[in-house]
Design a protein around this ligand. Structure first.
Ligand SMILES: [Zn+2]
Length: 102
């Protein structure tokens, strides 16, 4: 049995976690984009260079692989973009890194 103050602390913690998700672009009722799903939707092709990325399915991706598929947000989360399928595209590691360095 939780005490009143413990319950209040649990509620505060849940509220903080909820706010953190919201601020990171998480939208209530919307599924958070999964790499495998975005990969399948975009046919494994990077939307920036048009080249095929390394399939992420079945085996672990090599972090040094420049053709590693990543999820790219059309509107960056830091600029208020949402973490939804409508706001993400498949991009290879190389393009994603190039874009974020701009
Ligand atoms: Zn690319």
């Amino acid at each position: 049995m939780l005490s009143v103050s413990e319950r209040a602390e649990t509620a505060r913690r849940a509220k903080r976690a909820y706010k953190a998700r919201r601020s990171a672009g998480w939208v209530l009722g919307e599924p958070v984009p999964k790499l495998a799903t975005v990969y399948a939707r975009d046919n494994g092709v990077c939307y920036l260079c048009g080249e095929r990325t390394t399939p992420p399915l079945g085996k672990a991706t090599d972090p040094r692989d420049p053709k590693r598929p990543t999820i790219d947000h059309l509107v960056a989360l830091s600029r208020g973009g949402k973490d939804t399928y409508a706001n993400v595209k498949l991009a290879c590691m190389l393009c994603n890194r190039r874009k974020s360095n701009r």
